[in-house]
Write a protein of this length. Structure first.
Length: 201
């Protein structure tokens, strides 16, 4: 019986060593007998939640503009449809381009006017949208909840108070996706590549 006790004590030591693996340890008790100690499965270490993105607050630097609720909605929609697959910086870049156009004398002076601007093609007479999603004939209702929530947060950062949104596009008011080759880009200076977009002024 003493030898059985010694073996069982050794088994307990083994159990402590293997406990972190949540394994079952089979222990010999002598005379062909065995017993299995089922070790408890330890709970997984908690995964820390990602902190919410830190968004700047206020207008684009050196620009004053008072947002209406409609302006903020237009901005959020444009950010969503133009950059829903982009990270935070990519979404902010679309917002910066929108605001650069508001500031420019060559575009409408309000956010919704910029977003929904359409012109007639001189050769065909067809309407051409500044942002393709506004004239693609599809529903404009966002479908991806997380991307829409992020787009709203970014739009709110432009409409808020207490600081400035730094213009890291270097004054860009044009951009295109990397996989297209627009005719107009040769007439402008490329200022940045952010996500899948190339920016120009």
């Amino acid at each position: 019986m003493k030898s059985v006790s010694v073996i069982f004590a050794a088994a307990l030591i083994m159990a402590i060593i293997y406990m972190s693996f949540g394994m079952g340890v089979q222990v010999g008790l002598g005379q062909g007998q065995t017993n299995t100690i089922v070790l408890p499965q330890l709970p997984a270490a908690p995964v820390p939640a990602e902190p919410p993105p830190v968004l700047p607050k206020g207008n684009i630097e050196h620009m004053d503009y008072t947002f209406s609720d409609k302006d903020e909605e237009c901005m959020a929609l444009n950010i969503y449809w133009e950059a829903k697959n982009q990270d935070l910086k990519g979404m902010l870049a679309v917002g910066l381009v929108t605001m650069q156009r508001v500031r420019s004398k060559h575009y409408p002076s309000d956010v919704c006017g910029v977003v929904w601007q359409q012109n007639r093609d001189r050769k065909t007479g067809n309407l051409v949208a500044q942002f393709s999603w506004t004239l693609d004939g599809k529903s404009d209702t966002p479908k991806h909840k997380k991307a829409w929530e992020q787009a709203n947060r970014v739009a709110s950062s432009f409409a808020g108070d207490g600081g400035t949104v730094k213009d890291f596009t270097d004054g860009a008011y044009l951009y295109h996706a990397y996989y297209v080759n627009p005719y107009w880009k040769k007439h402008y200076e490329q200022t940045a590549t952010i996500g899948s977009h190339l920016f120009y002024k």
